[in-house]
Design a protein around this ligand. Structure first.
Ligand code: NIG
Ligand code: FE
Length: 388
């Protein structure tokens, strides 16, 4: 069954050949969805007929958000840790262990239900592609369970056995890194496409991170790295050196880090919800974009450093506090996320793309940053199927 969405006030295609600027903006546009894909995009007046017609009433339409960084397989929450942070306690990697203990104690059904709840929450807000990491199991059985459950629900699965060293390996980080790079990786690789490591003081150093990522590559996974989140460090450099799809966080960068990203295929994935929720300084998106780096925006939704699933919130903060234009932020939350996941079928609305469509209850994409905190989702289609 085909659907024509007509009378679109502003259509963001992310196809520069189709319309104006990097967003490929078309006005008075229409979109035809057929067989789960975009079959046609152009002027409303030229739109072909379809089985079903939907009148956008002059609203803006964009590709569904691509949230390329989230940690959704966990149990429990850490609201008290957040409250303490707002009273002055700094964020530290160690809080992850609280969620590890709670996750290990949970049954499969509890984890599955929590994951589904969060992915549904994302879908209602316009997110149509979700990446999901493991990293709260930290044993062979628990990490295997996490990636297996993630693969049931998420579009993209990342093995993050190297999130922190679990308590039973206190004093033997090298032993844990060996476990992650051998037995744990072998159990998890069949369910994942990506391997990630938290390269940070208090988590894993450069050599340990390299060992995990190189083992992941040998097992057929592609690296992505939690890099330079809490202080300057080797993460970004390592990500670029290993050809990672993305370096995530990028909060504390040297000029050499920015240059390395700009001269590479590694996407700089910025996670403004984390800085909001940890009171850290925001990453400087302007500096990265001006240098020529590709920037993505993602939520990092997790119970510790940012328990928000809202890509619209990320867009608004990125515009307000990270010196991105509304157009750059919307591109980063859609096409940028697709780049970070090396996907060409999502994050755009050209012919042949997956029919992931977000209709705003607003006349233009600028309203996402202009009206922060206001629900503006009018309708969502994923693979041509109406979700909202
Ligand atoms: O991306 N930085 C490491 N991991 C997560 C935080 C996870 C947690 O605090 O539970 C992050 O911020
Ligand atoms: Fe993260």
């Amino acid at each position: 069954m085909s659907t024509v969405i007509g009378n679109i006030g502003e259509l963001v295609t992310n196809e520069p050949g189709l319309g104006e600027g990097p967003l490929g903006l078309l006005r008075d546009a229409a979109l035809v969805l057929d067989g789960g894909k975009v079959a046609w995009a152009g002027r409303s007046a030229d739109a072909p007929a379809a089985d079903e017609a939907y009148d956008a009433g002059g609203r803006a339409v964009l590709p569904g958000y691509v949230d390329s960084h989230a940690h959704l397989v966990f149990a429990g929450e850490r609201a008290e840790e957040f409250a303490a942070r707002m009273s002055g306690r700094p964020y530290a990697a160690g809080g992850i262990r609280t969620t590890v203990a709670r996750t290990r104690a949970a049954g499969d059904e509890e984890l599955r239900a929590n994951l589904r709840r969060l992915v549904d929450e994302m879908a209602r807000q316009g997110t149509t592609t979700v990446e999901c990491k493991s990293g709260y199991g930290l044993s062979v059985e628990q990490e295997e369970r996490a990636v297996r459950i993630a693969a049931e629900v998420a579009d993209e699965v990342t093995f993050l056995g190297a999130h922190v060293v679990p308590p039973e390996y206190d004093g033997d980080a090298a032993g844990y890194v060996r476990l992650v790079s051998t037995e744990m990786l072998a159990a998890c690789a069949p369910h994942a496409r990506w391997v990630d490591v938290f390269c940070e003081t208090g988590a894993f150093d450069e050599d340990q991170s390299r060992e995990v990522l190189e083992a992941g590559v040998r097992a057929g996974l592609t690296p992505r790295v939690h890099a330079n989140q809490l202080r300057p460090g080797p993460g970004v450099r390592l990500a670029v050196e290993l050809g990672a799809a993305s370096a995530d966080h990028c909060t504390f960068l040297t000029d050499a880090d920015v240059e390395a990203l700009a001269g590479s295929e590694t996407v700089a994935t910025l996670l403004p919800g984390v800085e909001f929720s940890t009171r850290q300084p925001y990453p400087d998106a302007r500096r990265l974009i001006d240098a020529g780096a590709t920037v993505a925006l993602a939520t990092d939704c997790n119970p510790g450093s940012c328990y928000s699933s809202s890509m619209a919130f990320c867009v608004a903060v990125a515009v307000r506090d990270m010196r991105m234009t509304p157009a750059e932020a919307v591109w980063a939350a859609t096409a940028g996320g697709a780049r970070a996941l090396r996907r060409t079928d999502v994050g755009r609305l050209g012919v042949g793309a997956r029919a992931d469509v977000l209709m705003l209850d607003a006349p233009s994409h600028v309203h996402l940053a202009y009206r922060p905190g206001v629900p503006q989702v009018a309708a969502v289609w994923r693979a041509g199927v109406k979700q909202v």
